[in-house]
Design a protein around this ligand. Structure first.
Ligand code: 13P
Length: 289
């Protein structure tokens, strides 16, 4: 059974002075035991958010807390890369990382091949990774959305050397966020059915790449103008496993509503027989081979 995940992408917002308190407030208001919660602040706020989330008010009934994620990672381990941050540097600060966000593809020129190298670096460091994919508006209007996303998934994962990533194990550290570019920050969302169709296509692509179980174990999130009002349409789709939230994730009221709705879906998926098992994913070990 796939976990239900709500990940907050704070983008270039908050400062070390205010991020910890905001994270603590959001953490305390989202204590849904069945939902995996992740906050991804700017690099300079990672320590403040980690510390802000350390209080008992943030821990859910099953003992799970809020995980911290970075918004990017460099593909090399160390070296002359001014301004960059390696996966190893995130130790003790973050257990998740976002790679391939469309804003980085747009502003930093990240290619699928480069994102694949980031995936490999994140995997080697034992980070849970959210890989972002999504089409432009003209691509959707031309009926090419699924082909574009299929090519992105193949480009990122092929470039990362699937055998080294351990594809035969089903990539339990991988989550994919489908974020149509035209829905990001626009107030316009995809339709739940279209997002679900994309999730099915993504899993078919994973299966074609050799993932066991038809890619069924990989969570697929929707991202793009998600709010407490719109989240229900996506979580009503069995193929969608949560959301990657941008603007609304800076608002405690919004996050409370989004995670509460996610909790309903998660509880329904678990069913009464499973009520004793923890929601959070098992810890990941760094991959040394
Ligand atoms: P918005 O929710 O602000 O549209 O951003 C979505 C996003 O890019 C999350 O990564």
């Amino acid at each position: 059974m796939r976990h239900v995940i709500v990940a907050a992408n704070w983008k270039m917002n908050t400062t070390p002075a205010d991020a910890g308190e905001l994270a603590a407030t959001i953490g305390a208001r989202t204590r849904e035991p069945d939902v995996v919660r992740v906050i991804c602040p700017p690099f300079v706020c990672l320590a403040a958010v980690r510390d802000g989330l350390a209080g008992p008010d943030v821990v859910a009934a099953d003992g799970s807390g809020v995980a911290v994620g970075a918004q990017n990672v460099h593909h090399e381990q160390a070296g002359a890369f001014t301004g960059e941050t390696s996966a190893a540097m995130l130790a003790g600060l973050a257990t998740w990382v976002i790679v391939g966000h469309s804003e980085r593809r747009r502003d930093a020129g990240e290619t699928d091949e480069l994102i694949g190298r980031k995936l490999r670096a994140a995997r080697a460091a034992g980070l849970r990774t959210i890989l972002c994919v999504g089409e432009q508006l003209d691509e959707r209007e031309a009926g090419r959305a699924e082909a574009v996303v299929d090519a992105q998934v193949r480009g990122c994962l092929d470039g990362a050397d699937l055998a080294a990533l351990g594809v035969e194990d089903g990539l339990p550290w991988l989550t994919i966020a489908y974020e149509p570019v035209w829905a990001i920050g626009t107030g316009r969302t995809a339709r739940g059915a279209d997002a679900a169709a994309m999730a099915v296509r993504i899993r078919a692509t994973l299966a074609a790449l050799g993932m066991p179980g038809g890619g069924d174990g990989v969570p697929v999130l929707y991202g793009g103008s998600v709010t407490s009002s719109s989240i229900g349409e996506f979580l009503a789709e069995p193929d969608i496993d949560g959301a990657l939230v941008g603007g609304a994730s800076l608002k405690p009221d919004e996050m409370a509503g989004i995670v509460a709705r996610a909790g309903l879906t998660a509880a329904a998926r678990r069913g009464p027989a499973d009520s004793g098992s923890p929601a959070g994913p098992a810890p990941l070990a760094a991959k040394t081979t």
